[in-house]
Structure formats: structure tokens, C-alpha cells
Design a protein around this ligand. Structure first.
Ligand code: HMG
Ligand code: MG
Length: 376
């Protein structure tokens, strides 16, 4: 029995929808985020600030962020929203939305940007700027801290906010790079080394504003161009470089779903030997070959307590032919609960969201658990 808290990062609104061919309106995407916020999920990757030429589906992410900032979704606790971005331009666009929200509220009795607080709120001012994120660089402040629930681990950051606001929200960024040169070039038009040097000023800027940074390493268990045998030592080197640059968490991604239990084990072993702590890692599985939950089990056995998933199994990868979606959140929640883990997520509520969004975008529901739950 696994009595621990396991943190789920819901990536459906971003990873799940970014490759959908038909254009999905910003209103539907915002509604998806709002519905997810009511399921008990505490971290939601809600969109991305990438070049619209490359990923047109994410072009309206600024509107979604504005909408969330302007009218926070009702939720049972603090919610962290993450925004994926590849470069300074993306970061600047993210700041624009954040700063506009803080500017429009400053005259309205709001103490800290983005937090709708009552005028008499004792919320301490954040003198490092209007960032919504109050986390420090203390690794123990990360939600994936060992031996405790994500909620507890974050609570010292959020306590002031939570006590003073009805619907606290934190906005973080996620950056991404690849473990193979071919994928790096295809996805971000630069080499692995160039990726790291791009991130240096970006990470510094985010740190100066106390904004948490999550960093993805794509194709960690197989690459559509270079095959299944991504070098785990390369993944470890990149993870170490990203942590050194100041990343708060590394999401190790099986973009193609080629990962198997033995290779996942070998990768996690290699990361451990390289000194990467399990509490600094999240695992991001795509379920293309149906191995995502088996690989999740391997991750749990290696002490990982943060996993990414997408409601309804949404997703796919434009550079991974035949790739199906992310591990479905419903399947992950059901599995974790069966082990005795605590996720804070309401399975039925999540299943309803999965059914709703897959229906809305005219796609089959890819979550076995979601379908079974709805059929009851
Ligand atoms: P580039 O073409 O080399 O960039 O692309 P550039 O600097 O030459 O700019 C080209 C144009 O894009 C310019 O506009 C820029 O202003 C604009 P123009 O002058 O031609 O009108 N531009 C931007 N616009 C808005 N926001 C920005 C931005 N940056 C440039 N941030 C670049 C390089 C990195 C920008 C591009 O390759 C890109 O945006 N890639 C993103 C690809 C992507 O989003 N992939 C999916 C996410 S990763 C993923 O799904 C994997 C993950 O789930 C984990 C896993 O499973 O593996 C995370
Ligand atoms: Mg992905």
C-alpha cells in the first residue's frame, strides 16, 4: 500500500489540445481549465506561449490566462497554473498578461497582483515584483518534496495567500528541450546546447521574479527520429544542467510512448546514480503503446511522486507518427487510488470532464477508466 500523496500535473489543456487539427475556441479551452479546477487537481498546465506558426492551436493562450486571472475558477484550494514557453519572447508575452492583471487590480484594493483579496487583507506585499508565485528557491518548497503531501509542502508559500483570498492562484512557467539532437531541431529549431543557452537568461528572469520553472526533457525514452534507445546518461546530463540553471522540477518525458518498464527502470537508475533526486523529478508518459501505467509503477518504486497526465487521454505528437495521447488522468487517478495513494482528485468529476471535452472536440474518449466510470 502506498500511503503517500502523489501529485498530478494535468497537462490536457496544453499537451492534450495543442495538436488538435480543428481549431478549438478559447472559450472551450477556458471552460476545460475551469472544469478541471473543480476536480481537486492542484496543478494545471493551461496553455503555451510558443510561436503560433509552429503551434497554431495554442495561439490564444494569452486570452485563457487573462480569463483565469480576471475570474478565477472556483476551486477547493490553491491552484497552480503552468504555461509552457520556449524563449524570451514567450516569457515576455507571459509577463504582459501577468502584469496587465496586476495593473488593472492595483487600484481595486488588491494587495498582490492577481490575487483577488479583500481591501483590508493582511496579505504581505511581495517586494520582488508582481509575480503571482511566492515560492522560494528552497527545494523543500517544491510540491514534490519527499515524504509529504504536495499541499503540505507548498503550504508555507501559500498560507498567507490562502488565508486572505477566496480563490488563490499561482502562475508558473514550463520550459522544454529534448534529449536528442534531431527532436530538438524539429521541435524548437535549435540544438541541445543552444536550448540550454536560451534558457539561461530566461531562468534568471523568472528567478528574479520568484516564478517557479518546470523543465521538460522530451524523448527521454525514445525518439521518433533516432529510435527507442535514447541515452539515459544524456538525459541525466541535461537534467543536471537544468537543475543547475535553477529549474525547480524536471519532467522527464516519454514523448513517443516507446518506454518500457526495463528501460524506464534503467533511466531512473541512471538519474539516481548521477545524483538527480527523485523529488526533483516528474514523469510524463504518453500511452501510445499502453505502457504508461506500468512505467508509472516503476517511477513510484523509484520514489517519484509527481506524474503528468491529460484528462480523456487527450494528446498526440505531431512528430511521432501514430502517437496517441498522454496517460489519461482518470486512469492514473484510479491506479493511484487502488494503491492507497492520496491524490486529492475526485475520479467521477474528472471522468465527467474527460467525457465532456472529448465530446466537445469530437474525439473518442481515450480513458478506459473514464469510459467505465461514465457507463456505471
Ligand atoms: P524559430 O522559427 O526558429 O523562431 O522557432 P524565430 O525566433 O526565428 O521566430 C519565428 C517567428 O515566430 C517570428 O515571427 C517570431 O516573432 C515568432 P515573425 O517575425 O516570423 O512573424 N516567435 C514567437 N511568437 C510567439 N511566441 C513565441 C515566439 N517565438 C518566436 N514564444 C521556436 C523557434 C522555439 C519559437 C519555435 O520552434 C516554437 O515555438 N516551437 C514550439 C514547439 C512546441 O510548442 N511544441 C510542442 C510543445 S513541446 C511538447 O509537447 C513536449 C512535452 O509535452 C513533453 C513531451 O511529451 O515530450 C512538453
Ligand atoms: Mg507531452
Amino acid at each position: 500500500v502506498l500511503a503517500d500523496h502523489v501529485r498530478i500535473v494535468e497537462v490536457g489543456p496544453r499537451d492534450g489540445l495543442q495538436n488538435e487539427k480543428s481549431s478549438i475556441s478559447p472559450e472551450i479551452k477556458t471552460e476545460l481549465v475551469r472544469r478541471l479546477a473543480r476536480t481537486g487537481l492542484q496543478t494545471i498546465e493551461a496553455g503555451s506561449f510558443v510561436a503560433p506558426k509552429w503551434v497554431p492551436q495554442m495561439a490564444a493562450s494569452d486570452q485563457i490566462m487573462k480569463s483565469i486571472l480576471g475570474s478565477p475558477p472556483p476551486s477547493s484550494g490553491a491552484i497552480t497554473y503552468q504555461w509552457l514557453l520556449p524563449n524570451m519572447k514567450g516569457l515576455d508575452n507571459f509577463y504582459k498578461v501577468l502584469d496587465a492583471a496586476s495593473g488593472s487590480r492595483n487600484g481595486g484594493g488588491v494587495a498582490a497582483a492577481g490575487y483577488p483579496t479583500p481591501p483590508s487583507s493582511p496579505l504581505p506585499q511581495n517586494d520582488t515584483g508582481p509575480a503571482l508565485n511566492t515560492s522560494s528557491s528552497d527545494p523543500n518548497a517544491m510540491p514534490s518534496s519527499p515524504g509529504g503531501s504536495g499541499v503540505e509542502a507548498m503550504s508555507h508559500n501559500e498560507a498567507a495567500v490562502a488565508s486572505a483570498t477566496s480563490e488563490p492562484q499561482i502562475h508558473e512557467i514550463s520550459i522544454f528541450m529534448a534529449a536528442t539532437e534531431s527532436f530538438s531541431k524539429k521541435n524548437t529549431n535549435c540544438s541541445i546546447a543552444e536550448s540550454l543557452s536560451r534558457f539561461e537568461p530566461l531562468m534568471k528572469s523568472a528567478r528574479d521574479r520568484n516564478i517557479n520553472v518546470r523543465a521538460y526533457i522530451s524523448v527521454a525514452l525514445g525518439c521518433p527520429f533516432e529510435g527507442p534507445d535514447t541515452d539515459p546518461h544524456r538525459v541525466a546530463e541535461i537534467a543536471a544542467s537544468l537543475l543547475e540553471l535553477g529549474a525547480d522540477e524536471i519532467s522527464v518525458a516519454d514523448t513517443t510512448g516507446m518506454g518500457t518498464a526495463p528501460r524506464t527502470r534503467r533511466l531512473l537508475q541512471t538519474l539516481k546514480e548521477a545524483g538527480i533526486r527523485s523529488e526533483d523529478i516528474a514523469l510524463h508518459f504518453h500511452d501510445t503503446f499502453g505502457q504508461a501505467l506500468i512505467n508509472t509503477m516503476v517511477g513510484l518504486e523509484h520514489g517519484v511522486r509527481t506524474f503528468d497526465s491529460a484528462v480523456g487521454g487527450l494528446g498526440g505528437c505531431p512528430y511521432s507518427p501514430g502517437a496517441t495521447g498522454n496517460l489519461a488522468t482518470e486512469d492514473l487517478v484510479y491506479f493511484l487510488h487502488s494503491l492507497g495513494a492520496d491524490t486529492g482528485v475526485d475520479l467521477e468529476e474528472t471522468a465527467r470532464v474527460g467525457e465532456w471535452i472529448t465530446d466537445k472536440i469530437g474525439k473518442g474518449n481515450d480513458s478506459s477508466v473514464g469510459k467505465a466510470t461514465m457507463a456505471r
